[in-house]
Design a protein around this ligand. Structure first.
Ligand SMILES: C[S@@+](CC[C@H](N)C(=O)[O-])C[C@H]1O[C@@H](n2cnc3c(N)ncnc32)[C@H](O)[C@@H]1O
Length: 230
C-alpha cells in the first residue's frame, strides 16, 4: 500500500471514532491468537490503536507509571534474559503424571511465574510439597495471592532467586526459563540433585546433554518437556 493510501486508511479509522479503533484492536488480537500469539498480547493489541490516536490526551505521568508497572512484572527479563510466559494446562497435567509416576514428595518450579504449576500440582497431589521460587515483585505477589485463595497448605511460593536454592531438597526440579540460563542451571542441578531425581525443562533442552526422555505434550504450541534423570 502507498503512503498516501496508508494515510487515508488511518484518517478513516481515526474519524470512525472509538468503535472502529476498538474493532481494529480486537481484530488484530484475534488474528494474533489464530497465529499462536500468547494471550498476554491481547491487551497490547486491543489498546494500541487507542494509544496511537488518543496519546495526546493521556496525562504524562501514565507513561513512567506504565514503565514501572512493566518493570515489576518483567523484572528478570534483562538481567536473566528470562521473560514471563506461562506453562499451559495440558503441560500441568503432563507434569502431574510425572509426579505420580515418580512418586515424588517434593517439587520445585524455578521461576514460578503466577504460581499456576505449583497450585495445580499441590491440588492434584495433597502429599506433595510444591514450591515456587520467584523474584519479579508483582508476579510474586500475584502468585502468593493465588496460592492463598486456593488454600493449598502444601503449596508455597518464596521470594528467592533460583540460583540460591539448594536443589538437593527436591525430587523434581522444573523450569521454563530460556536458552540462556540452561547450561549454568543444569551444571548446578548436576552438582546438587540426588541420584534418581528428575530435572525437567519446558521447551529448552540443555545444550550438549542427552535427555533421558522427551515428552510431547498434546497442546497447541507443541510443548516438549526435556526430562533428565540425575
Ligand atoms: C517463563 S516464566 C515461567 C513461569 C512458570 N514457571 C510457568 O511455567 O508458568 C519464567 C519466570 O522465571 C522468573 N525468574 C527469572 N529469573 C529468576 C531468578 N533468578 N529467580 C527467580 N525467578 C526468576 C521470571 O520472573 C518468570 O516469572
Amino acid at each position: 500500500m502507498s503512503l498516501g493510501g496508508l494515510w487515508l486508511l488511518t484518517q478513516g479509522i481515526t474519524q470512525g471514532g472509538l468503535p472502529i479503533l476498538l474493532l481494529q484492536g480486537v481484530a488484530a488480537a484475534a488474528i494474533g491468537r489464530v497465529f499462536g500469539l500468547s494471550l498476554l498480547w491481547v491487551p497490547v493489541q486491543v489498546l494500541l490503536p487507542l494509544a496511537v490516536v488518543y496519546n495526546s490526551s493521556v496525562p504524562s505521568w501514565v507513561y513512567p507509571a506504565a514503565l514501572v508497572f512493566c518493570l515489576l512484572i518483567y523484572w528478570n527479563s534483562a538481567s536473566e534474559q528470562v521473560p514471563l510466559y506461562l506453562t499451559n494446562r495440558r503441560t500441568w497435567k503432563a507434569l502431574s503424571d510425572m509426579v505420580e509416576a515418580s512418586k515424588a514428595q517434593s517439587f520445585v518450579d524455578l521461576g514460578s511465574g503466577i504460581g499456576g504449576v505449583v497450585t495445580y500440582l499441590a491440588g492434584a497431589h495433597p502429599a506433595l510439597k510444591a514450591i515456587g521460587l520467584e523474584t519479579a515483585p508483582l508476579v510474586f505477589l500475584a502468585s502468593r495471592v493465588r496460592v492463598m485463595l486456593a488454600r493449598r497448605a502444601n503449596a508455597q511460593v518464596i521470594y528467592k532467586s533460583i540460583w540460591d536454592e539448594d536443589l538437593s531438597a527436591h525430587d523434581i526440579v522444573y523450569c521454563f526459563l530460556s536458552p540462556v540460563p540452561m547450561p549454568r542451571m543444569f551444571a548446578k542441578a548436576k552438582a546438587e540433585m540426588r541420584p534418581g531425581t528428575l530435572f525437567i525443562s519446558n521447551s529448552f533442552a540443555v545444550p550438549g546433554e542427552e535427555p533421558t526422555r522427551v515428552i510431547d505434550v498434546a497442546d497447541g504450541r507443541k510443548t516438549k518437556l526435556y526430562v533428565y534423570t540425575m
